[in-house]
Design a protein around this ligand. Structure first.
Ligand code: ADP
Ligand code: MG
Length: 396
């Protein structure tokens, strides 16, 4: 498929009517979305170095800069993480002037560490990621996404995907995160990123990662928490169906975008083999689940599952928690990078469905073939059909 360039993609994220934070990795389209969604807002971008200096020296200037605007007027503050103390001023102006603020940035981590109050719950938190397949609609190209991911930069210039992803990792991950004060010592972080790129979609073994990257275990934990807080990575916890505490499996780690994972792993110049693409497909499915959870305000917890015999189900969506007298309800999803579905692949889901105390609402296999199938209780869906059904609310 020919990928259309520079086509404006409609984002599914919905603004709140009250003040909000909007966080997400660099280049996911936050500023573009704010421009489109709040065209009449008064805008201040802290990337502007003069403005940055002025407001860091004197946060009170914010009021004068905004000037005479009626209550309810919108103010966009972009790259807010650059001046955490500004939030106290924002808080004051929200109360005093009744202005509404859209506070955009890469993450809350810097804000929290800067001692900012995050507005004491007065603002909602939204998040933005790469384009979702649901947003791309007919423009969604599975093959391209498996190889290069769905960052807007990459989608807009597909022939330069490898260069863009390499630059993204070099400038954003290796330079800006340290520059934002999130990383103190750069060389070990750079080694860690390469290892973390390689283990996309795998269970996290901190000890092995520490050894491979030659950094301390506690440092590996810190680095993962930076990636989580900046929404660059997500820890997918192992699902534990019962009340009984049993041996907990380690979480799996997924990058927000398979292209960025490939960039971090240093593999943009090597062909993405089928194994890599298999993980990339899981990464894309997880992304769709997160976007759906966010835009429909479902916020159902997502997990993976390991049967007692050690067989895995890629995703478990807990649609109802277990309570005395009522079982957990879940949707189970198994993802395979294959054009034909092998019935052996749905066995872990069937084992799960036979477990007592669990009610499985749907069992779905997502694959790269063209046809949809219904085998007794198991549905097999091509990726694009799965995404349509998900966003139509037919899955949970
Ligand atoms: N909805 C969209 N459709 C097409 N291109 C987009 C869209 N949103 C962002 N882009 C492109 O992606 C790039 C990064 O977007 P930007 O809004 O600056 O990201 P962020 O503010 O999250 O860093 C820009 O070059 C922009 O043209
Ligand atoms: Mg921006």
């Amino acid at each position: 498929m020919q990928i259309a360039r520079n086509l404006t993609i409609f984002r599914l994220l919905q603004r709140s009517e009250r003040s909000f934070f909007l966080f997400g990795p660099r280049g996911t389209g936050k500023s573009t979305w704010l421009q489109k969604d709040l065209p009449d807002a008064f805008r201040l971008d802290l990337l502007d170095s003069l403005l940055f200096l002025e407001l860091s020296r004197d946060p009170h200037r914010l009021e004068a800069l905004i000037g005479n605007r009626p209550g309810g007027a919108w103010v966009v503050l972009d790259e807010i993480q650059k001046i955490p103390p500004l939030l106290d001023e924002v808080h004051r102006l929200m109360e005093l002037k009744r202005w509404r603020f859209a506070l955009c940035g890469s993450s809350a981590r810097k804000l929290r560490r800067g001692g900012a109050n995050l507005l004491a719950g007065r603002a909602l938190t939204l998040s933005m990621e790469s384009f979702s397949a649901a947003e791309l609609g007919d423009e969604f190209d599975l093959d391209f996404a498996l190889n290069w991911g769905q960052l807007p930069f990459v989608r807009n210039e597909p022939e330069a995907a490898a260069d863009i992803l390499a630059a993204y990792v070099d400038t954003y991950l290796k330079e800006e995160l340290p520059a934002e004060g999130l990383i103190r010592n750069v060389p070990p972080f750079v080694r860690f990123l390469a290892v973390a790129g390689q283990i996309n979609g795998q269970m996290v073994n901190v000890q092995n990662i520490a050894r491979d990257a030659a950094v301390a275990r506690s440092t590996v934990d810190t680095y993962f928490s930076v990636l989580n807080d900046t929404l660059i990575g997500h820890a997918l916890q192992a699902w534990r169906p019962g009340f009984k505490v049993r041996e907990a499996a380690q979480p799996k780690f997924y990058w927000f975008d398979p292209g960025v994972a490939r960039g971090a792993a240093g593999l943009v110049r090597d062909p993405a083999d089928r194994l890599w693409q298999g993980t990339a497909l899981e990464t894309l499915v997880y992304h769709e689940l997160r976007v759906y959870n966010e835009i429909r305000r479902k916020q159902r917890p997502l997990f993976y599952y390991r049967t007692p015999a050690g067989v895995e189900v890629d995703f478990i969506i807990e649609t109802a928690r277990r309570r005395p007298g009522s079982p957990s309800r879940v949707v189970a999803i198994e993802v395979k990078r294959a054009e034909r579905w092998d019935r052996a692949w749905d066995k872990p889901m069937r084992i799960l469905a036979e477990t007592s105390g669990i009610k499985v609402d749907h069992m779905i296999g997502v694959y790269c073939g063209a046809g949809s199938y219904q085998f007794d209780t198991i549905q097999i869906l091509p990726m694009s059909v799965f995404v349509k059904k998900l966003f139509a609310g037919e899955i949970y």
